[in-house]
Design a protein around this ligand. Sequence first.
Ligand SMILES: C[S@@+](CC[C@H](N)C(=O)[O-])C[C@H]1O[C@@H](n2cnc3c(N)ncnc32)[C@H](O)[C@@H]1O
Length: 485
Amino acid sequence: MRPTLSSSLLSQLSEFVATQTGLHFPQERWSDLERGITAAAPDFNFLDRESCARWLLSAPLTRRMNEVLASHLSVGETYFFREKQSLGILEEHILPRLLQSRRQNERRLRIWSAGCSTGEEAYTIAIMLDRLIPDLKDWNVTILATDFNPKFLRKAAQGMYGEWSFRYAPVWLRERYCNKTRDGSFEIHPRIRKMVTFSYLNFADDVYPSLLNNTSAMDVIFCRNVLMYFTAHRAKQVTGNFHRALIDGGWLIVSPAEASNSLLSSFTPVEFPGTVLYRKMDNAALSVPPKSDSKQEESILWQRPPGRDKACRGQEAAPTGAGLEVSQTNTSPATQADQLPAPQPDEREAPSRMARSCANQGRLSEALEWCEKAIAADKLNPLHHYLSATILQEQGQYDIAIQSLIRALYLEPMFVLAHFALGNLHQSQGRYREAQRYFGNVLLLMRKHPQDEILPEADGLTAGRLTEIVTSLLASLPQPATASA
Ligand SMILES: C[S@@+](CC[C@H](N)C(=O)[O-])C[C@H]1O[C@@H](n2cnc3c(N)ncnc32)[C@H](O)[C@@H]1O
């Protein structure tokens, strides 16, 4: 199809869409852009594409409008076991080492499928973990899957797929992990579905990483076949955020077409046969020691391309023999904590800063200890109780987290993030009435704030954005008749 809208209108639209979504529509893709706007026009109550295009350019979009636009402009192509190369490396090398290093202490694992589309990638990861971890129920596993297309997210949460989604998947996947439905679809087992949390996140405007939306302290981020649709500027911004969202030693997995050392210059590229993965190595305090019995294999598989990371190169020369990923002997929590800035004795806020810093690195027990110190030093500060609650929540200690939040609200009844967190916690526990109540409180409190006001302690989240998030959460709660007491 040749575009029929004027070049000037298409050029403005392309710029507008890039700002709203990060999606890149250069001139050679203007026909795709026009097709998307044509499809979106009826959803915005327009009969023709041109009026719709002009209207879009004339007013700021609400989240709802953004969602509609996203659903017509994004490419959702995905399937189970896509790009087996990187999945194989995850399964055979990254995960076994991570699990081995975590087994003794905190049995936790955090993986993010960023730009998850209809969920096949996230469920592939869940199935892989189910096969790798025999005592899965004793682990605190988070698989967060986010997208900005609500239609994709709805389908993902249903976990129902046709044959086509399994076109490259091994046969056992359907046999062991799906139930065949009457209409011939395949439904992912509820046990696997429950392992994945789907939520809305727009890379162009959302706040991440943040404890608020559970996007911090990730061990592995999958962002495959997403960055290729972005402007260079947006892709750089997004990968910068991913870098902050990973713990030190964490991995970013992009598709082979997106692997670019200039785009991902803050990461260390690690070459594996047939693919390159990217690793955050700020302090090189890596948490994934090599298996002692497989050094030969290590030296082949984990070679970092020479000359790319000075700090790590120096350490490669250390006598570990494995030729890579060094400092493995220095990975005890105590050693890692030593690398954090030491608290100054006269700073009352130092323990809570330490708590945050540890939490952002996924060291939850340490973070909690720092929280306790912060509370002991300053009992009446609601922020310490709130921080403690976010960490407890991540540890899966929901009831204690709720108590901490209630304490925070006792000290500061207008503490909006505590209301928000209580809403989320109750919702995740299926207590929809309570969730409704706390989300309602957030909306009431937000009335007093200008839309663009950045909320305290909210990692840059504005009042307007929180209102949108909570409005949409409220809309997604089951109606009162079906809500639990
Ligand atoms: C081609 S799919 C990739 C799915 C999966 N990662 C894979 O590799 O199979 C790209 C996904 O990125 C999502 N996406 C595009 N722009 C986005 C943005 N600004 N924020 C969040 N998700 C976005 C799209 O909605 C789509 O679901």
